[in-house]
Design a protein around this ligand. Sequence first.
Ligand SMILES: [Zn+2]
Length: 431
Amino acid sequence: MWKTAFRRSSLAFAILTTVHCCPEKKNPPGDTGGTECTSDDKAVRLGKLVNPEDGTVIDNAIVVIHEDRIRYVGADEKQIPCGASVIDWTAYTGLPGLVDAHVHFTYQTDKEPGTLPWARSSWLMSNNPYKLLDLARGAALATLETGVTTAIDKGGGDFILNPLRAEIRSGKTPGPRMFNSIGGISNHKYPSAFTADQLKGWVQLQVLRGADLVKVWADQCSDQRLECVPTFTFDELELLVETSHQEGLPIAIHAYHEDTARLAIMAGPDSIEHPEGLDAVDCGNMIDKGTIYVPTIDHNRYYKDNLAFFGYAPDLAAKFDAYIRDNLASTAQAHLLGVKIAMGSDAVFTGFGQNTRELAWFVQAGMTPLEALRAATIHGAESIGVQHEIGKVAVGYYADIIAVEGDPLADINVVINGVRKVMMGGRVAEL
Ligand SMILES: [Zn+2]
């Protein structure tokens, strides 16, 4: 349904919009082809527009869009260019498009009978990449539908992710704007000494594979026991961070276990993914180094809800619960101490479409809805250094705007369940 609706969005767009008329600039009688009152610009009218940076609200807001960027935000009618298409979202409250700072679009299964998701995903990657690409397109659509207009993929096949990123950017495929970490850097031979040249080479390989950021797995965890072993030393992590920054790429470090997280934080990455067990020193280090925490609390809820689908033993449920409890406690502590936190779903397989459920955990961890919104917009953008063009409805930013039904500052569920309209890069999708 969604796919069809989006592909026909130009038709829907025509129905939903009106053309802004400027009587004082009407073309002379008989002149029907003049250019005086035509414009390719768009204007969106919103009942309210919330700025997640400071919680300010503009009533009867107008956002003017030129191509894929915002050129005006305010409430002044006169700023609507003559002939611009006007989109009426006055029944809704506008927010910046959301940023999901942790997804895996290529972890997909076609649910072939007798197969389990993780193994099937690898099989498709090697044997039926077109099928996998199509499944990834579906995941991108489901993500966009939740109001996520920017997604940071933290591990997958470059030969799927790069074409998907290009398709979405060109407008051919609907989905969130993608930033890819490609396959990332992991190590299965720990403890093992790597040379500096080798580590640098691994980062450079990510650049050549078209990565927008570097992803490092600093520990390896068993999905059957949820136990983790470290995979890099502190010196190695520090060199990986240093090299990534020299190459101009942000770097995200996966660290499930608190001991690994401690080392990873000291190495100074742009973001740290998953950890529980963070203490006040870790939080202080994150603030000092500008590291953003992506807790991904909800993904263990997803695994717990889908034990049979993944082929996990029923007794794993208690371990997921324990991890969620510790993860939530870490998030609460980090928030209290002023660490910047970003929304990352760690969505895989059937989890796409549930991308924003993380926000409910954030509120449970002590954030106000406004703070949770900031995590889902500005902090997500900051985690990869794109906060100058993504994460706000502001002049010069990408025209990524969502419209929700209800008051998102009063109830975070309005954002989780109430997204009614999505615009990405000036293009409207009808939900
Ligand atoms: Zn992940």
